[in-house]
Design a protein. Structure first.
Length: 96
């Protein structure tokens, strides 16, 4: 089926990790994940980065020895954690 008419499906195929660029990116996120989470929480408060309202940019820069380097920018909306309280729910229960 043509990709322009197919529904997007979210899935994870472990085969993709055999591709070196994908594996190294995955490895970097896994390795630095806790530090990234701590920085986000320190700078923004308790919450998460949205992966729905999200932009990703990939570019290059030049290192101090003249080597080409990769720059990946994740730009996601910050979503603060909020406490859900039943008293705040104005919708009637379907069981009422």
């Amino acid at each position: 089926e043509d990709m322009t008419t197919a529904f997007p499906m979210r899935a994870f195929d472990e085969e993709i990790l055999k591709e070196p660029n994908v594996y190294r990116t995955y490895e970097a996120i896994t390795h630095y994940g806790e530090a990234i989470k701590s920085i986000i929480n320190e700078q923004c408060g308790d919450g998460i980065m949205s992966a729905i309202d999200f932009y990703c940019d990939v570019g290059t820069t030049t290192g101090k020895h003249g080597e080409k380097r990769v720059v990946i920018t994740f730009n996601g909306k910050f979503l603060p954690h909020i406490e859900q309280k039943m008293d705040d729910n104005s919708a009637k229960s379907p069981r009422d």
